[in-house]
Design a protein around this ligand. Structure first.
Ligand code: FDA
Length: 392
């Protein structure tokens, strides 16, 4: 039977980082994946350019049942540590917006970098492997794969979450966690477009494709980023962000004029351009089709000069506090990440080792730590992978 110090299940972002770090420490490492290529999600990330980190990473940008859990790992392996690795490999990058760092070229460069870091320290990558079982035998682990059994002193589960099953997501990590008696918090699709019920969709469908800079709020949480109507409901970065906080039955509120003080704007209009129609006045600030939708929805018509106080309040409500109730989300089919996962209360926050199962580790998206959109999820994969790599 083959024997190794460390077997890592999953050749994604977290697993490959962990392999490189453990291998550098002299551990014999094998990385097992059922896919036919490593890092498939990295390849499609960031529109093919991989938003590999966010320079503003801080624990507040992560959701978890225990928001303090991620602090240690994020402090030990920071965005600038990953940037140093990117620079060592001569990968050109740029900041797009809001601290988000992207490759100038292809996301494949990040995969190639991780594979070369791993193989340089002797870690082996075995693709096309089905994991049949994982058992604890005399203080070690026996992994039965489609190519036979492997005996490992430590096992790191880096098989990700449930998002995008088409790309190989299986939820294996949750099954293994439960098998070894660890809790798994409720999992939900996150960073996902929201959907409308057919009646509402009928009204918003003509707006499909219209993008607006907006503030989207759910309770006290708000994000200002792009907002997009789709043929299923809503998307765009602001909606993906709020989807991690939204729950079925809740409404979201949208301000489509984040840079305008509405009362001052309407007063100025009434003083200077009162003969303009309300639609054309609003079209100066928003796409015309959308302006028509808002004006119609608020029950207002005619010229700016003719607006009553009640009309102005209705218009203001519709354009700065537009409230809508999505019916659901597009689900794991399109979600960028999984909210929830292996419970942080069962893991050591500086090593990612299961408290009750020495030698068993969980890292990356499998763990109940979920970042905002914008490079935070990869940073969690690098940080948690690095910590486990230092400990195995
Ligand atoms: P990841 O999913 O990367 O890797 C898991 C590995 O385990 C895969 O290789 C899989 O094949 C393997 N595996 C699964 N089940 C298995 C089984 N049963 N047996 C064997 N192997 C198995 N984040 C970010 O920070 N910036 C970005 O730009 C983007 N963009 C983005 C776009 C899209 C379309 C998606 C879907 C996601 C993103 N993300 C992102 C999120 C990011 O991709 C995600 O957080 C990380 O890939 C998680 O890394 P992991 O290594 O934990 O899992």
């Amino acid at each position: 039977m083959r024997q190794v110090d460390v077997a890592i299940i999953g050749a994604g972002a977290a697993g490959m980082m962990c392999a490189a770090v453990a291998g550098r420490r002299g551990r014999s490492v094998i990385v097992l994946d059922h896919a036919d290529a490593p890092g498939k999600k990295i390849r499609i990330s960031g529109g093919g350019r991989c938003n590999f980190t966010n320079i503003h990473t801080e624990p507040g940008a992560f959701l978890s049942a225990n928001p303090r859990f991620a602090i240690s790992a994020l402090k030990r392996y920071r965005p600038h540590d990953f940037v140093a690795l990117i620079e060592k490999h001569g990968i050109a990058y740029h900041e797009k917006t809001l601290g988000q760092l992207f490759c100038d070229g292809s996301a494949q460069q990040v995969i190639d970098m991780l594979v070369s870091e791993m193989t340089a320290v002797g870690a082996t990558l075995e693709l096309g492997q089905t994991i049949k079982s994982l058992e604890r035998v005399d203080g070690r682990f026996r992994i039965t794969t489609s190519s036979g059994p492997i005996l490992a002193s430590a096992v790191v589960v880096a098989s990700g979450g449930k998002s995008i099953p088409k790309m190989g997501a299986t939820g294996l990590a949750y099954r293994l966690a439960e098998q070894f008696g660890l809790s798994v918090t409720e999992t939900r699709p996150a960073l996902v477009p929201l959907t409308f019920e057919p009646g509402l969709l009928e009204k918003t469908k003509p707006l499909s494709g219209i993008g607006i800079d907006a503030i989207v709020a759910q309770g006290k949480t708000r994000f200002r980023e792009g907002f997009l109507f789709t043929h299923r409901g809503l998307s765009g970065p602001s909606i993906l962000q709020i989807s991690s906080y939204w729950r079925e039955g809740q409404a979201i509120e949208v301000n489509f004029l984040p840079d305008i003080v509405f009362d001052e704007w309407i007063a100025r209009l009434r003083a200077n351009s009162g003969s303009d129609s309300v639609i054309s006045a609003l079209s100066a600030l928003l796409p015309r089709r959308f302006a028509e939708f808002i004006v119609t929805g608020s029950g207002v018509s005619g010229r700016v000069a003719d607006l009553t106080k009640a009309h102005i309040e209705a218009l203001k409500g519709h354009v700065t506090r537009w409230t809508t109730k999505p019916v659901g989300s597009e689900g794991f089919r399109t979600a960028e990440v999984t909210l929830g996962g292996v419970s942080t209360s069962d893991l050591n926050s500086s090593t990612m080792e299961a408290k009750s199962v020495p030698g068993l580790y969980f890292i990356g998206e499998a763990v109940d730590v979920t970042g905002w959109l914008g490079g935070y999820n990869f940073q969690w994969a690098w940080s948690s992978g690095w910590c486990a790599g230092q400990a195995v």
